[in-house]
Design a protein around this ligand. Structure first.
Ligand code: NAD
Ligand code: APR
Length: 240
């Protein structure tokens, strides 16, 4: 099946997509950055200074994934990608696996994944569900310490940027869901799409994001309520 109205849809998602599943966002009231300082848990310097604290922060978040389920918005995006095979690029800043569990087949995790750890000495990335500590040995090379969360920290380069920018330049519909628009480069993707010229741009977020003025169309409310209808209209070939 092909997308009748749009040839290539790019969806950028952020923490708001997973909020209704019970995962904290970062910058809302009670968000993760209220109870933790970025400088203490999400930078290479923090890891060098206090690796145990950083490992604990991600161990707790990894363990929490076992208690949460994809919500209606994840499942709708999974349906969309399956229905329009090869024509829907899902880019997420989220480090959870809820899009995959919602049925998505190919998710670009630009900020890494909680369920992966990386051996700094040998570079091997391993799927990981347990806690990771300084005592954890790399299954590939045996090094310890040296296994860190495969998460992009502040000051590090997000993953897959070549693939993402190629998709941004090629898409005819760009949809941003559940992101505050504070963290670059993701916050600049909509401007990049606008620069290329012809794509329709839609923001779906609880409230206007920092980049709201860049979007041609805005739908404000809960992703779990808005996204399923939005996807249904795309599946029917209607304009969103
Ligand atoms: P950046 O240009 O993405 O900077 C992020 C911006 O956010 C900076 O202007 C910074 O001042 C601001 N910022 C920092 N803390 C903030 C907060 N609590 N609330 C609002 N704004 C805040 O460059 P960077 O900082 O070098 O980040 C590089 C990459 O690493 C980014 O893509 C970022 O998203 C990613 N990152 C990932 C994680 C993670 O845990 N997955 C955490 C932090 C950053
Ligand atoms: N439906 C839709 N949007 C929601 C919902 C919901 N149910 N709940 C919250 N939101 C919106 C909020 O209004 C907010 O604008 O989701 C947005 C979440 O923003 P942030 O907490 O800043 O999360 P995000 O944009 O993903 O953060 C980007 O910052 O620290 C880093 O690496 C981390 O990937 C993350 C990046």
């Amino acid at each position: 099946m092909s997308v009748p109205r749009y040839g290539h849809i790019v969806v950028l998602s952020g923490a708001g997509l997973s909020a209704e599943s019970g995962l904290s966002t970062f910058r809302d009231n009670g968000g993760l950055w209220d109870s933790h300082r970025v400088e203490d848990v999400a930078t290479p310097e923090a890891y060098a200074r206090n690796p145990d604290l950083v490992q604990r922060f991600y161990n707790e978040r990894r363990a929490k994934l076992a208690d949460v389920q994809p919500n209606a918005a994840h499942r709708a995006l999974g349906r969309l990608q399956q229905a329009f095979d090869g024509q829907v690029t899902l880019v997420t800043q989220n480090v959870d696996d809820l899009l995959e569990r919602g049925g998505a087949r190919d998710v670009i995790h630009m900020h890494g994944e909680l369920l992966k750890v990386r051996c700094v000495p040998c570079g091997t990335v391993h799927g990981w569900r347990d806690d990771c500590t300084q005592a954890t040995r790399c299954p590939a090379c045996g090094a310890a310490p040296g296994m860190r969360p495969d998460i992009v920290w502040f000051g590090e380069m997000p993953y897959h940027l070549d693939r993402i920018y190629a998709a941004l330049g090629d898409c005819d519909l760009f949809v941003s869901i559940g992101t505050s628009g504070n963290v670059y480069p993701a916050a600049g993707f909509v401007a990049e799409v606008r620069r290329a010229g012809y794509a329709h741009t839609v923001e779906i977020n609880l409230e206007p994001s920092a980049g709201v003025s860049y979007f041609a169309e805005r739908r404000h409310g809960k992703a779990g309520e808005i996204v399923p209808d939005f996807v249904e209209s795309l599946l029917k070939g209607e304009a969103p």
